[in-house]
Design a protein around this ligand. Sequence first.
Ligand code: 2BA
Length: 108
Amino acid sequence: MKLVLAIVNNDDSAIVSSALTKDGFFVTKLSTTGGFLMVGNTTLLIGTEDDRIEEIKKVLGDYCSTRTRQVPSTDAFGRINGPQNTPKNVTVGGATFFVLDVEDYGKL
Ligand code: 2BA
């Protein structure tokens, strides 16, 4: 048994959750916030058999697209004008995933 944690863009979370559920996976959605951009994202918890991990990765890859976000340069803190204040582009997502071993799993 494995637990997949998948961090996805809020805009993709509904469609990717639906696709996973349709394929028979059990999914829990958590509202989370990225520590770098400090904007909302979604973390999916998916408990599954070991041999279905590749299927999950395929669904995540199919439904989660990458996006470019502009963020203020960290050099610009405390200054309003000047070349240091040029925003930087950061590529965010598709999906960031972690696969963890599960010691025990059950429903009581
Ligand atoms: P954020 O932390 O808001 O990061 C958004 C994007 O900013 C990242 O996209 C990456 O392109 C950039 N970024 C993040 N930390 C950075 C740093 N220290 N220096 C330079 N650039 C940085 P993604 O890599 O696609 O990550 C999307 C979201 O997935 C992250 O949102 C975070 O919530 C989560 N995440 C990604 N890697 C993680 C990890 N190793 N551990 C925990 N959460 C992670």
